[in-house]
Design a binder for this molecule. Structure first.
Ligand code: 6PG
Length: 233
């Protein structure tokens, strides 16, 4: 795990954009699978990416999690990423892989997204897909994706997609082993409200089920600003 403490969200966005563009370039035109995060922090990154000239044929976009609402709902991560980025570029529709939220149950939707991923990666469990680049945020409570404290989703290790639960709102989320299997994971964390959770998540020991972002291991880079890290000077 490495961490970079940057001045502010603007610098986090610039750094994340540079890392992502470099990673895409390194794949020299081969398929590049990016997992996008929801929430508010990554939105300026998506807006910045909308100004970049990207090779649409190689880039495939997946979601790390989704609120179980229609794609027209203001809560929808699909809606947020499309409005900030994807609707402004000419990426082929076949390269955009939102999580489905039109099934009768979130469990059915999770199974469908898993089937979609299995077909895309031409893989089935017990293997896990290897995403090229995963963007993640972290909530004030230390959750990431839709892996919330003390929920069943944290313990799902035999599936790629599962149902997360925020209070009584169902979500879809990639599972811990899928996220950890990525070539590169980049957390974007900004703001003083994240300070306590960030310290708990980065501490050498702690409760992984209280602070689920602690479960994310592997090639992880934390891009945090001074406000989140607690260096306001
Ligand atoms: C979501 C996200 C979630 C988000 C954190 C941080 O669906 O909300 O995937 O995990 O990354 O809640 O959200 P902010 O960036 O808005 O603080």
């Amino acid at each position: 795990m490495t961490m970079e403490v940057l001045a502010n969200l603007e610098e986090i966005v610039e750094r994340a954009k540079l890392l992502l563009l470099q990673a895409i370039k390194q794949k020299k035109g081969d398929i590049f699978s990016l997992v996008v995060a929801g929430g508010s922090t990554p939105k300026p990154l998506y807006e910045a990416l909308a100004k970049e000239k990207l090779d649409g044929s190689q880039l495939h976009i997946f979601w790390g999690d989704e609120r179980y609402v229609p794609p027209t709902d203001p809560q929808s991560n699909q809606k947020m990423v499309k409005e900030a980025w994807l609707d402004r570029v000419n990426l082929p529709a076949a390269n955009i892989h939102p999580m489905p939220t039109y099934f009768a149950s979130p469990a059915e939707a999770a199974m469908e997204y898993q089937r979609h991923l299995e077909s895309f990666f031409a893989l089935t469990p017990p293997a896990f897909p290897v995403f090229d680049f995963v963007l993640l945020g972290m909530g004030d409570d230390g959750h990431t994706a839709s892996l919330f404290p003390h929920t069943e989703a944290l313990r799902v290790t035999d599936r790629w997609v599962t149902v997360g639960q925020k209070d009584n709102q169902p979500r879809l989320t990639l599972t811990v082993p899928v996220l950890n299997n990525a070539k590169q994971i980049v957390f974007l964390v900004s703001g003083a409200s994240k300070q306590q959770a960030l310290q708990a998540v980065l501490a050498p020991t702690g409760d992984n089920y209280q602070y689920p972002a602690r479960l994310i291991k592997g090639n992880v880079l934390w891009l945090v600003d001074r406000a989140a890290f607690g260096k306001n000077e």
